[in-house]
Ligand binder design. Structure first.
Ligand code: 4GX
Length: 238
């Protein structure tokens, strides 16, 4: 599952330039016996299987020996919610070891002894932790210095200022009768910045009002919102 993810786009480039490195460990190679069994029935009964502790402990210990500075993260729906802030924090560690469980989960004694942190990418249940690990690798890589160009830096993204990104346009100037906003062609950088802030605020208000409620607003943001308020009142009066 992981290999194809490493062969495209910015992740591939980052690996080629030795800015990140990713390797995988097959837990089955740490399982004993001819069958290489990694799961077993849950104590106490019930449906589903649990990942046995010994092969996982072997795999995690071997990963920790290879990258002693790493933090070990268990992917699970019970983990702390992953977001942009956590991505930035994880980019500033000495490496990450992701435990990708299958079945109903891993033996509790693994979580309590060998795991530094438990992370969830969202409130839904997947068939394994691999996709979650890839999502985290992807978002964290964008914060590694030198990965994104200065203009495109992760600091300029959505969420960095608590707002969604402004609308974007490229050529042609007219597409199916729909024109690019005049101000973006004006070359007036002050006005373009104002328009972008207004676009960001509008999109956040319409699509993610929860973000706007959390955000401390500065003076120009408050001015824009007041202007909309006045416009709406005028429309309602007339
Ligand atoms: N965000 N899954 C893990 C097995 C499991 C269950 C409990 C440890 C404890 C998920 C998520 C996720 C499915 C990965 C269950 N392992 N991972 N797996 N949501 O749904 O990260």
């Amino acid at each position: 599952m992981i290999q194809p993810f490493l062969e495209h786009g910015i992740i591939r480039q980052a690996i080629k330039r030795n800015q990140i490195s990713v390797s995988t460990i097959d837990v089955r190679s740490f399982a004993k016996g001819k069958q290489k069994v990694t799961d077993d029935k849950p104590y106490g009964g019930g449906s589903g299987m649990v990942m046995k502790p010994e092969p996982l402990a072997g795999a995690i210990t071997s990963a920790k020996i290879k990258t002693p500075e790493s933090k070990t993260i268990l992917l699970s729906p019970q983990g702390k919610p992953f977001n942009q802030k956590l991505a930035r924090k994880l980019a500033d560690t000495g490496g990450l070891i992701f435990i990708c469980g299958r079945y109903e989960g891993v033996d509790e004694r693994i979580s309590s002894s060998l795991i530094d942190d438990e992370i969830s990418i969202g409130d839904y249940v997947m068939t394994g932790g691999e996709l979650a690990a890839m999502i985290i690798i992807d978002a964290v890589t964008r914060f590694i210095p030198g990965i994104l160009g200065g203009e495109n830096s992760a600091e300029k993204d959505s969420f960095e200022n608590g707002l969604l990104e402004h609308a974007h346009f490229t050529r042609p100037r007219v597409f199916e009768g729909d024109e690019v906003p005049e101000v973006l062609l004006s070359g007036n950088h002050g006005e373009i910045e104002n328009w972008r802030l207004e676009s960001s605020l509008m999109r956040t208000l319409m699509k993610r009002p929860d973000l706007l409620k959390k955000k401390p607003l500065n003076l120009s943001e408050i001015e824009i919102l007041k202007k909309w308020g006045r416009n709406i009142e005028e429309i309602l009066r007339t």
